[in-house]
Write a protein of this length. Structure first.
Length: 59
């Protein structure tokens, strides 16, 4: 399924790079699987999350 997604993205949109976020469990999965495929880690990226009501109080 991932190969079909990439084939379509390349042929239809001339896509060249996929940027995404993932997680890893205690065994390193699925992050380790992506690394085997050739994905690289972007160390300076951060994933953020926040309670909208709390954030709205501070804006």
């Amino acid at each position: 399924m991932l190969k079909a997604l990439f084939d379509n993205a390349v042929s239809k949109y001339n896509a060249q790079i996929l940027e995404a976020h993932t997680y890893e469990d205690e065994n390193g999965f699925p992050y380790s699987w992506y690394k085997k495929l050739g994905f690289e880690t972007i160390d300076d990226w951060k994933i953020i999350s926040g309670d909208i009501k709390e954030i709205m109080k501070k804006i």
